[in-house]
Design a protein around this ligand. Structure first.
Ligand SMILES: Cc1cc2nc3c(=O)[nH]c(=O)nc-3n(C[C@H](O)[C@H](O)[C@H](O)COP(=O)(O)OP(=O)(O)OC[C@H]3O[C@@H](n4cnc5c(N)ncnc54)[C@H](O)[C@@H]3O)c2cc1C
Length: 506
């Protein structure tokens, strides 16, 4: 990172009581600042990390670039698409997409294709699947309250065990019998064996919808990863007189009965600074936001934050001395004998992610909780584990893995607790008393927002500052947005494999 980029000093946007203060330099916070700049207003963004982009940042190790996960750019919101093009333009690549499932040494097409699936599993397993499917049709579970019952009733128990159970449990860390059927229904809507068989013979592309095909087979991606987008956004902001201060954690928000008055940055350190502001936008996790309010909220409001749960995430990045390992952008790992959940091949996202074309950069994704044994393990042990698991899966031979690093991401996934709606209603009611505070983004709203949703909350909040009256909580409430593949680029089958907001019973 260049010195100029890593700016920790207060800047031109000023510290006057007219300032627009933005907490967090992720997609939501930066987009809010960008929209404000377009509306002729400057702002001050405070980012706790030493880089921008939040969960959508791109990390670098010895010249190799890694996302936290892999970040496809897809949206059905035209305004977001326009912003992406405006900020990064020609730097966007259109990339082919391939992602398969790794199970017991075989690679299965994803979305599943019956012929490929049955051949891959062999005749014995094929018969087991067929028998259990017939059994599920003839004598389904009478009760359909959990994920396991819901999926088994539709696909048969064997297919459920192979393609749903292990991965879902890896991602969420809880048994499928403790996840709600409603959640399965929402995620796996429209995916059925009959449909899959029709697809196998007519082809996915038989749908006759060019946009469907295009979005499934291709996606947009910045040449140097999503972090490039957010750094470019910072450059634009600084040009327009706004400031983005890195390594600047907001540690206190002083308030009176109905207004936030000031933000303290890096409290109780040498660089402590108090900034007075007129408007405040927060993309920090709601739970943390309530903890830094001064005076503190009433105990009954604090108690509601127990319901805001999170799933943490870790990526072990490996540099491999091989030019070409496999063609996939990412691979779902369903085998239960390894802990890794997904493997990214960043060179297949963009060839510019590696500085040496003769080598490859992999990212092994582990879904876990902060404080787990794996989370606390020393980095060298984690690199050794990733190396062993890669070798075991046949993805890269141990001796070709030259080096590695570990990136831990706290609160990567907001998880809804059992009384989510009630908890959030209580928290929002309390916070609504502050008429100059808006909550934006993913953890800022405790919502399973992608980049585009997070960005839209930032856009709407910025416009509210300029006098509009948008409901920022209306973004990402449209279920269809998540589920229909023509809109998101992710098929319903795809979605079944992706982490989701509310796997538990409600
Ligand atoms: C594994 C994975 C894969 C994903 N894949 C995709 C994908 O393919 N496409 C897609 O569009 N989205 C994807 N997402 C979602 C995407 O990462 C998020 O939607 C997006 O980053 C949310 O932006 P945000 O600004 O709301 O929050 P964040 O990215 O979380 O940014 C919030 C920022 O606030 C800062 N902050 C927190 N507390 C403070 C504080 N007290 N003071 C100052 N700063 C603070 C944080 O450091 C952070 O930089 C994925 C997420 C994960 C976990």
């Amino acid at each position: 990172m260049t010195e100029a980029f890593n700016d920790t000093s207060p800047r031109a946007a000023g510290t006057s009581s007219e300032a627009n203060i933005i907490i967090g330099g992720g997609p939501a916070g930066l987009t809010a600042a960008y929209e404000l700049a377009k509306l002729g207003r400057s702002s001050q963004v405070f980012e706790g990390h030493d880089d921008v982009g939040g969960i959508s940042r791109t990390c670098e190790y010895k010249g190799y670039r890694f996302d936290l996960g892999g970040h496809r750019f897809f949206t059905k919101v035209d305004y977001v698409q326009k912003l992406w093009e405006e900020i990064l333009g020609e730097e966007f690549l259109r990339r082919p997409r391939l992602s398969r499932i790794h199970y017991r040494g075989h690679m299965f097409d994803y979305p599943l294709r019956p012929v490929n699936t049955l051949f891959g599993l062999g005749p014995f397993e094929a018969v087991r699947i067929l028998c259990s499917y017939i059994k599920a049709q003839v004598a389904p579970h009478t009760e359909e309250s959990n994920f396991e019952q819901w999926v088994s009733n539709r696909f048969g128990r064997r297919l459920y065990e192979i393609f749903f159970k292990t991965y879902t449990e890896k991602v969420w860390g809880i048994p499928c019998t403790e996840m709600s059927a409603a959640w399965a229904a929402q995620r796996i809507k429209n995916l059925d064996l009959k449909g899959a068989i029709v697809n196998a013979f007519l082809g996915e592309r038989g749908a006759g919808n060019k946009r469907v095909t295009t979005l499934i087979d291709e996606f947009w991606y910045p040449r140097y990863g999503p972090g490039q987008m957010w750094r470019a956004c910072v450059d634009r902001l600084r040009e327009k007189g706004s400031s983005v201060q890195l390594s600047s954690r907001v540690t206190k928000l002083r308030h009176d009965t109905n207004r936030i008055l000031s933000a303290t940055i890096n409290g109780e350190t040498e660089s402590e600074q108090e900034v007075v502001g007129k408007q405040f936008l927060s993309s920090m996790p709601i739970r943390n936001l309530l903890q830094i309010l001064d005076p503190a909220p009433p105990e009954e409001v604090m108690a509601l934050t127990d319901g805001l749960r999170y799933r943490d995430f870790m990526i072990v990045a490996l540099i491999v001395d091989r030019e070409d390992l496999f063609p996939d952008n990412w691979i779902y790992i369903h085998s239960g004998d390894v802990q890794v959940g997904r493997v990214q091949n960043f060179k297949n996202w963009s060839p510019f992610m590696v500085p040496d074309a003769k080598k490859t950069a992999l990212g092994l994704e582990y879904f876990l909780q902060e404080g787990d044994e794996l989370w606390n393990a020393p980095d060298e042990d984690l690199v050794a584990l990733a190396r062993k698991e890669c070798d075991h899966l046949g993805l890269a031979p141990s001796e070709a893995i030259l080096d590695g690093t570990v990136i831990r991401v706290k609160k990567a996934y907001p998880v809804y607790g059992p009384n989510h709606d009630e908890d959030m209603a209580g928290i929002r009611e309390y916070l609504s008393a502050f008429d100059n505070l808006q909550l934006i983004g993913r953890n800022g709203q405790h919502r399973y927002n992608n980049q585009d949703h997070s960005m839209m909350t930032g856009v709407l909040a910025a416009r509210n500052i300029a006098g509009d009256a948008n409901d920022i909580w209306s973004v990402n409430v449209e279920e269809e947005y998540h589920e229909e593949r023509q809109d998101t680029g992710a098929s319903s089958a795809d979605r079944a494999l992706l982490p989701a907001p509310n796997p538990r019973f409600r």
